[in-house]
Design a protein around this ligand. Sequence first.
Ligand code: GCU
Length: 428
Amino acid sequence: MQVRYTYRILPIVFLLCSAVNIPLLAQTEVNYDEANVPDFQLPDPKYNPERKITIDEVEEWEDIQRPYLLDLFSQQMYGEFPDEDLDVNFILESNQTVFDDMGVRKEVTINVKSEKGEKDISLLIYLPNQKEPVPIFLGLNFYGNHTIHSDPEIQIHRSWVRNNEDFQITNNRASEKNRGVRTNRWPVEYLIEQGYGLATMYYGEIDPDYDDQFENGVHALLREDIDKAGLSSISAWAWALSQALTYLQQDNDVAADKISVVGHSRLGKAALWAGAKDSRFALVISNDSGCGGAALSRRRYGETVARINHAFPHWFCQPFSAYNNAEDELPFDQHTLLALIAPRPLYVASAEEDQWADPKGEFLSARHASSVYQLYGKKGLYDAKMPAVDQPLLESEVGYHMRSGGHDITRYDWEQFVKFANKQFKKS
Ligand code: GCU
């Protein structure tokens, strides 16, 4: 009853707001009601409007459609990779056995240079201590490499960091006090026991996460006359993931063809964009990435395009704001982004209480991406039903689960990623 009433008065509220010029966003409730999800039509990832053709062969997908869609995402949503005129070098700073010789820790400096200056990004790597090259998960972290483990040797970064009382982060500076505060999200020893490595970088070292008009981070190294409307923080973070991948592929202890990119939340959005752009990533994992990540924008459920662009104007390139409250105008939806990962394995993870990220929209997006997996003779999730809570779908090249609990990346999530990767990499 109440739902229908709200539904009917909404257009009137809209009219009144625009008449007195009150921002709509402040006035509208976040929609968490399936009954209020509008009817929408998803664009077909295989349809090319310029050529007026629907792609039905792998070769055409790879030669025509995939590059076309990557350009479209760059121009309309994620912006360009900030790679022009940047010179990247890797320096292995340390290489030591850890955990009673069960593991190895390496720290690598990714040095980025241009005519304007240089900047270092630290890549932390843990590997099982074994002779054969191992598969590895690569992902960004929110507060610093030293927060992911209590290992006293991990270098503490000197970049800007978000203050956090629980983690004793003050004055936007990391310190010894924050060592190991995020171990719950990074089960290093468990991954090593499973035969996997883990590599991570602090995202703020790449581009600090606030709107500074792209003056700092790697953006500070770009030429003066660069068009800032085409830049975004998500592209900077994704670009750094590709740089780390280049290093990892050269490291003889890493299986170059088994490098997975993983990310939680905003860093899940970056992981998806990195995985879509860079087909050297063997497997792509999105955890609770939500709006601008795995979730379909057209559902307008939980976070919407307008909300994300208002709250985080630096995450996407400027043209993306044209789609605020105009999701149906988007030339793609997020299933198209996921389709760009085909035929490589893709895993989408949601959490039941994380309605802001729209678990159903994340699942549907993974399902609709399957039409491109089918081009490759792979099943994906094309006939799958949304599974019950804690019932992961692990059988095809596209995996999915909705964990019980809230917005987080937990041991349970990692266990599913390992099971999925084991199947895909034919590892027992
Ligand atoms: C906010 C934002 C989300 C994002 C999340 C996070 O909630 O609205 O889009 O995924 O932060 O990164 O934790």
